[in-house]
Design a protein around this ligand. Structure first.
Ligand code: ADP
Length: 302
């Protein structure tokens, strides 16, 4: 029987699991939506992936975890940041990628890659819903549209309205006022997506725009987010199949490296990423009502 490796992305809103066999073939991938970071979500994604692959944990020889809750998993042999894992996963899906835009449930990141696919720089917007999937979720609820439909609805609009509040809580109030004024839902939703796009353009500006640009994370499934962001960046974004599982795929590929070399393959870039990520997450100022100017670019290489 073949050996297998697992990549687990314990995200803030979803859990993602990718299983590779020892030849590097993806034999299963599963996303579990549980609303908030939880063990239960990870267990559900693991069950789904094992069922797809037709194996159980005894066939798994290496596990790498990533994501917001990566340190909460006992079964992981090691943890790697989601920055490094998204970079690796995106590059596996799109080998020519030079910039990765990962918009997830609670944060968004822009990662510049060097020619070899290593992380050169990144910027992130964290502990604040502005520019993240959470912002979209809150405002979908405010206009009473399902998350899955909000992108298609926004693209029906022939005009947009500016949503000036970057904070999701204030934007929600703004949206409710716009609805009360009789503005159509579609037009408001177009404005909501435009707001996400302009936040993300700000992050891209901090690391530098390098084509080709790949989008990963759950928000890559939102067609209006992709449309407005592509328009704002004046480029065609590449959305690979499996954009949402890119981080878990990256983690699984690191697990495969470990298996093949029979030891933990060192990634110099991840040590630097990990240190900077800790610093950014420890910043108590990251979530304030005036949060618009909080992203800090982090550079590793000249
Ligand atoms: P994390 O890794 O932070 O848990 P994900 O990368 O899985 O988050 O992204 C979650 C976000 O993706 C949600 O907040 C939501 O905005 C978006 N999303 C997930 N599924 C869909 C969908 N089917 N259509 C539109 N947006 C989606």
């Amino acid at each position: 029987m073949k050996s297998h490796v697992l990549g687990i992305d314990f995200g803030s809103t979803t859990a993602k699991v990718v299983i590779l066999d020892e030849d590097g073939n993806t034999v299963a991938s599963c996303v579990s939506q549980k609303g908030a970071v939880s063990d239960e979500g990870v267990r559900a994604a693991l069950r789904g992936a094992f069922e797809q692959a037709g194996i159980n944990l005894s066939a798994v020889v290496r596990v790498v975890s990533t994501g917001y809750g990566r340190r909460m998993l006992d079964i992981a042999d090691r943890t790697i940041t989601e920055i490094t894992c998204h970079a690796r996963g995106a590059r596996a899906l799109v080998p020519e990628a030079r910039l990765v835009i990962d918009i997830g449930g609670q944060d968004s990141k822009v990662i510049a890659l060097d020619r070899n696919g290593l992380v050169a720089r990144f910027a992130m917007n964290d502990r604040c819903a502005a520019g993240t999937g959470k912002f979209l979720e809150v405002l979908a609820r405010a206009v009473n549209v399902e998350l899955d439909d909000m992108g298609a609805e926004a693209l029906k609009a022939e005009e947009t309205v500016a949503i000036t509040s970057m904070c999701a809580t204030f934007a929600e109030t703004e949206v409710i006022s716009l609805l009360a004024e009789g503005r159509p839902k579609q037009v408001i939703l177009a404005g909501v997506h435009q707001s996400i796009a302009s936040r993300t353009v700000g992050l891209v500006g901090r690391v530098g725009k390098h084509d080709p640009i790949v989008m990963t994370g759950g928000v890559a499934q939102n067609i209006a987010a992709v449309h407005f962001l592509g328009k704002a960046l004046e480029t065609r974004l590449i959305i690979p199949t499996g954009a949402q599982i890119a981080g878990a795929l990256g983690a699984a590929l690191f697990a495969l490296d470990d298996l093949r070399s029979a030891s933990k393959v060192k990634r110099d870039d991840d040590d630097a990423v990990e240190g900077k990520l800790e610093q950014l997450l420890a910043d108590p100022q990251r979530c304030t009502p005036a949060c618009g100017k909080k992203e800090t670019p982090v550079t590793f290489k000249a």
